[in-house]
Design a protein around this ligand. Structure first.
Ligand code: M6R
Length: 365
């Protein structure tokens, strides 16, 4: 049931500190703050030369964030594909390489077909799924469950952040196994993860401000989302979330791609959501924001206190997020991104939990 919420989506957004915390507790030894995967992996990360991550929609954006983590923590090259492309491309997989499939439902037809293809090619298969009895869970070699609980809203929210939590732990485990992370590095990273549920709860306090902002966004016909690093896939997710439930056209871009095309769209009517925690690419994102501001674009900046102070660009609204470890910002910044889509849809009066033309689980290709 919806508890006291108007929509399942609102309930599921608010549940995130709790369910992401449950997922964390399943993958981390909380006493020692070390990664402790609940299953023994049937392969050694040392012999893996490449990882393929395959999923659809929001799950594919979780995979795209994880690419940054695997490459950084474990120096492992990762390819991310949407399942509908991967399955028909006949992508060459090396026997013994690792293929990861991400799916809330575990029933998405294209993701399942991609899993079957990878198995036939002799790859090790890991499924990150929310429904442990699902077909994808049953057919993959290793299952890493997300503990999001049932997700009813068609727009995926808590499944996404739980997927990120599982993938972060897997990437740290890979880094450890490959000798790219020391015990100390691991401890630092895991400590960063342990903080995430509390930070997500902090992030929920931006809701009133976002609700106001939603009235402005609801007047727009197009919205741009920009980010660099792990904020880039989150920009893609933000745009998907907005379009699927509010029916407002939105696009996500790597901030550095702005001047290669999308900047032509910017005028005084265009809201540009910039996801920019104060991380190692922050300065670069600020210069992209300046380009937007110079053309009269309306910037909605999601950053932390330090970022807000150093941004030196006029924004329409700045949403100040808690300070945190730069590695795991996507889980926490997902919250305002989801809230913005949710409240905009509420203002638009759409059917938030059952948006037109969409099904919760896409079991046909
Ligand atoms: O059940 P799955 O995670 O495999 O579903 C994948 C996509 O269909 C799903 O994430 C979809 O993009 C959502 N409606 C996004 O909010």
């Amino acid at each position: 049931d919806k508890a006291n919420y108007r929509h399942f989506m609102a309930k599921e957004i608010h549940e995130q500190p709790e369910v992401v915390g449950h997922t964390l507790a399943r993958y981390v030894d909380m006493a020692t703050e070390r990664v402790a995967l609940p299953v023994k992996l049937p392969f050694d990360f040392n012999t893996i030369q490449r990882v393929n991550i395959t999923a659809c929609g929001t799950a594919s954006y979780a995979g795209f964030v994880a690419k940054y983590w695997f490459e950084r923590f474990a120096r492992l090259p990762v390819e991310v594909d949407v399942a509908s492309e991967f399955r028909y491309r006949e992508a060459p997989l090396r026997k013994g390489d690792l293929a990861i499939f991400i799916s809330q439902s575990g029933e998405t037809a294209d993701t399942l077909a991609a899993l079957r293809y990878a198995k036939a090619e002799g790859a090790h298969t890991v499924a990150v799924v929310n429904v442990p009895t699902s077909t994808i869970a049953r057919e993959s070699e290793t299952v890493l469950q997300t503990l999001a609980g049932p997700e009813i809203g068609v727009a995926s929210t808590k499944a996404f952040t739980c997927q990120l939590m599982v993938l972060a732990n897997l990437a740290i485990a890979a880094g450890k196994a490959r000798g790219e992370l020391s015990d100390e590095d691991e401890a630092k990273l895991v400590h960063g993860l342990v903080e995430v549920p509390r930070l997500m709860a902090d992030a929920l306090t931006t809701e009133l401000q976002i609700e106001k902002l939603a009235h402005r966004i609801a007047k727009s016909s197009d919205v741009l989302y920009l980010g660099r690093g792990t904020s880039f896939p989150l920009a893609l997710e933000g745009a998907l979330k907005l379009k699927e439930i509010s029916y407002i056209h939105a696009e996500g871009y790597a901030a550095g791609e702005l001047k290669h095309g999308p900047i032509a769209l910017i005028d005084e009517t265009m809201p540009v959501v910039v996801i920019a925690p104060h991380d190692r690419v922050f300065e670069k994102t600020v210069s992209n924001m300046q380009e937007v501001a110079a053309r009269g674009g309306n910037i909605i900046l999601m950053t932390d206190a330090k970022g807000a102070e150093e941004a030196t660009v006029e924004s329409l609204v700045t949403i100040v997020m808690p300070d945190m470890s730069a590695a795991f910002t996507p889980m926490v910044y997902a919250v305002p991104v989801q809230l913005l889509a949710y409240h905009t849809a509420v203002v638009m009066g759409t059917d938030v939990d059952q948006p037109r033309n969409l099904a919760k689980s896409v079991t046909v290709e």
